[in-house]
Structure formats: C-alpha cells, structure tokens
Write a protein that binds this ligand. Structure first.
Ligand SMILES: Cc1cc2nc3c(=O)[nH]c(=O)nc-3n(C[C@H](O)[C@H](O)[C@H](O)COP(=O)(O)OP(=O)(O)OC[C@H]3O[C@@H](n4cnc5c(N)ncnc54)[C@H](O)[C@@H]3O)c2cc1C
Length: 420
C-alpha cells in the first residue's frame, strides 16, 4: 500500500512527490498522459519560467487570485527554495526581465527531466497513461483511488494535483473539481485568466491593426463610470479577434470580472502610448515638432512620433488630414492626437475561452484548505495543490511558483501525517 498517492504530474504534483518521498513516504504518482510535466514544458514560451525572483511582498502582489493565502506555503517553500532546489540538481538558472527565472539552457526539458530524475532517485513510483476516475472516501477520511481500468489502489493520503481546465490537451481537463465537491468542498466560479481579449471594434473586425505590437505602453480597464479598475504596463499586440500580449493577459481577468459585475455588453480599455508624459506635454511636444518644420507635411514631421502603422491609423480614425503642411494643422486636431496617444479607447466584449486561457481562475475554495499543510478542512487525508485551487497569478512564473510551493507543502505534510 502506498502512503501517499498524488494525482497529476504537473509542477505541483511532481514537487509534491519529491517532498513526500524526501520526508520518508512511499509515494505513487499517477498521470493520465503519456508524459509528465506537459504544461510545464510549454510554459514561458517553451523555455519554462521556473519561478520569479521578486521579494515576498511583490510576489504576493503578482498573485491576484488569493495571493495572501500563499504566505503560509511560501513560509515552507518559496521562490528562493525553488531556485536552490534546481541549482542543487545541477540546473543553472538565469534571471530575465521582471524577475522571471529560466534555465540557462533555455529548454523546458532540462527542468522537467531534472524533476523526474529526482523523483526516480527518491523511489517515487510513477504510472503514466493511467486515468484516475474517482477518489474513494467515507464521511471522515480517504481510502483509495479508483482507476479507469477498474482497479482500486488503497491509500490513506491523496494529493489532488490535477490542474485547472485550461489547455486541455496537456491533461488539465478539470477532473479534480467533482472529487473536491464530493468531499464537501466549494468550487468557486471558474473563469479564464491570462487570456487574450476580444473586441467588436470595426478596426479590430476589419483587421486594420492585426499583427501590430505596441511596446512599453500602459493598458487600463475602465469601469462604466470612467474610473480606472487596473493598469498594467508592458507590451501588447493587436490580433484578428482583439488584443493579446503580456499587458493584455495581465488585464484580462479584470475584463472578465467587470463584464460580469456591471452586466454591460462591453467594457472600455484605454491604451496610453506615452506613459512617461502628461497629455499636455504630449500636446506641446507635437506642437514643437510641427513648428520646427512648418512646411513639411504633418505625416512626415510626425513620423517616428508613434509606431508608423498606428499613427497612419490614428490620422484616419481621428479624421486628421496628414497631407496638410505642419503649420496648418489646427490646435483642435493636435489636441485630438495627444488625447488619443494618452487614452486610446477600445471597447472589448470578452475573452477567448477558458480552454484557450493560460490559466484557470477560480477553483477549490482556499477557505476550506489549511494553508500550512494544504490539507482539506473537509476530509482527513485529502490534500490539494496547484491550479485546481482558487489561486492564480500573472504569467511570469507566479503560477508555477504557487504550484511548486503548494505541491511541496502538501507532499511534506502528507508524509508527516504518515509518520505521526
Ligand atoms: C502555454 C502556457 C504557458 C504558461 N506560461 C506560464 C508562465 O510563464 N508562468 C507561470 O507562472 N505560469 C504559466 N502557465 C501556467 C502554469 O503552467 C500552470 O499554472 C501550472 O502548470 C499548473 O500546474 P499544476 O501542477 O497545478 O497542473 P498542470 O500543470 O495542469 O498538471 C495537471 C496534471 O494532472 C493530470 N491529470 C488531470 N486529471 C487527471 C486524472 N483524472 N488522472 C490522472 N492524471 C490527471 C494531467 O494529465 C496533468 O499532467 C502557462 C500555461 C500555459 C498553458
């Protein structure tokens, strides 16, 4: 009989198995796919964004979905522990922008293989191509897992590490939620997060801007009263259906929530293409440029003021005749241009589906989980870790950090429970 059975071989389950066996438990890890760590292998653009090196406070601020819950798991295994863990396995890591940590090899396989080798060295038994159909428990405690082939594997401790519902071809198909519900847990509403945003604006629908990337902008989500809900800086991309790119992904959950809360068909987003300048400064700046070369056309003088494709679009969108000489452009038009540079408004109407999202928002309510052990408050011997929980961060290593941290905490606690 196994002391601990872990369902799911994503980052949370893999780390749970390492911790549980390190602390002396006899461990079985089960995954329905043919390979372990499939989502981990495609994270961070296939280079595996192992963790993020930010300070604890900032780390938690970058986990908008119940980040505060992570204080306890981080007190047991945090981002620095993750870094040390991989370096001890001989995986050299490097820090990139915004604290993102990657293997020096730039290959996710390095990280996944290192984890798997560690598990094997520790004696973790692995079963792939093996789907868990159900978890068996009585009113009080866990007894066994029921496999798709009909067999039953007995155990007193089960760690659910089955992930969310996003990118289902990696095996994350939401299997853990009904088991949690059956055990008495609440599943908070599931929604897509870190997901591209859709828009019906004519300039999106007619693909005028498709493929255009805007760098170092500020993107905001605006409520129906005109107040800013959230602003994120970074890069963004216009696509054939709407918006994508890092700043867009970070704003996406606020769009989902605003559409739901205000029950409006669309929500406004605003792009600030020159975050370091006030609107008046932008206005004066344009005037200065036009005054310097009064005889040239507006189009030529302002070339380079904004990305060319966007500027050409703006002239048309704002009905500005860019063939006029610089001296003849009205102050009203210059004001319009400055305003659009600082607050270019886009109505957005939703996001791509939860399946196409990078991360699933919502999940097993953290109120029913002991944060120091990841043990269920509803059923003895039941543990949760990773994205199946109602915890989500921005992309940039935060979700993987949560998965490793909650996984380690669950594995360690389950092993300690076996010993006690
Ligand atoms: C393209 C992409 C890029 C990403 N980039 C980043 C990034 O840069 N930074 C970041 O922080 N996060 C990123 N993420 C999110 C991150 O990868 C996930 O949050 C993380 O993998 C979740 O880990 P997990 O262990 O909870 O679950 P998962 O990785 O989803 O693993 C769950 C495992 O459980 C198995 N399983 C499910 N049901 C069963 C069952 N019934 N029986 C047996 N096994 C089962 C599945 O086969 C799967 O292997 C990205 C996600 C995607 C899709």
């Amino acid at each position: 009989m196994y002391d601990v059975i872990i369902i799911g071989g994503g980052p949370s389950g893999l780390m749970a198995s390492v911790a549980a066996s390190t602390y002396g438990a006899k461990v079985l890890l089960i995954d329905k796919g043919d390979k372990l760590g499939r989502k981990l292998a495609i994270s961070g653009g296939g280079r595996c964004n192992v963790t993020n090196r930010m300070e604890r406070k900032q780390l938690i601020e970058h986990i908008p979905g119940n980040g505060k819950f992570m204080h306890s798991p981080f007190s047991i295994f945090d981002n620095e522990n993750i870094i040390t863990f991989f370096e001890d396995l001989g995986i050299k890591l490097k820090e990139e922008d915004r604290g993102r940590m990657f293997p020096v090899s730039d290959k996710a396989k390095t990280v996944v293989d290192a984890l798997i080798n560690k598990m094997i060295t520790l004696g973790v038994k692995v079963r792939t191509n093996c789907k868990v159909n159900d978890i068996l428990f009585d009113d009080e405690k866990v007894h066994a897992v029921h496999l798709q082939d009909g067999s039953i594997v007995k155990t007193k401790n089960v760690i659910i590490a089955s992930g969310g519902k996003s990118v289902p071809h990696t095996g994350s198909t939401g299997d853990g939620y009904p088991w949690a519900q059956k055990a008495g847990h609440t599943i908070t509403e599931l929604y897509p997060t870190e997901v591209p945003i859709t828009s019906n604006e004519p300039f999106i629908q007619n693909k005028t801007l498709q493929g255009l990337a805007l760098r170092n902008i500020e993107l905001s989500v605006i409520n129906p009263k005109g107040k800013t809900i959230i602003t994120h800086e970074g890069d963004m991309l216009f696509t054939h259906f709407g918006l994508s790119g890092p700043a867009v992904l970070r704003c996406s959950q606020f769009v989902v929530k605003a559409l739901k809360k205000f029950k409006t068909p669309t929500v406004e987003m605003q792009i600030d293409l020159m975050p370091s300048m006030h609107q008046e400064e932008v206005f004066q700046n344009i005037i200065k440029q036009l005054k310097n070369e009064p005889k040239k056309s507006v189009r030529n003088v302002l070339k380079g003021f904004l990305p060319e494709r966007f500027l050409t679009f703006l002239f048309e969108y704002l009905n500005i005749d860019a063939s006029l000489t610089a001296a003849s452009l009205s102050h009203e038009d210059i004001r319009k241009l400055a305003a659009a540079t600082k607050q270019f408004s886009i109505q957005v109407n939703g996001t791509l589906s939860i399946e196409k999202a990078f991360v699933t928002g919502g999940g097993v309510s953290v109120k029913e989980i002991e944060p120091k052990s990841m043990h269920s408050r509803k059923k003895n011997g039941l543990y949760f870790c990773g994205e199946v929980l109602d915890i989500h961060g921005y992309t940039g290593g935060y979700n993987i950090t949560c998965a490793f941290s909650t996984g380690y905490t669950a594995g360690k606690s389950a092993a300690e429970r076996v010993k006690s």
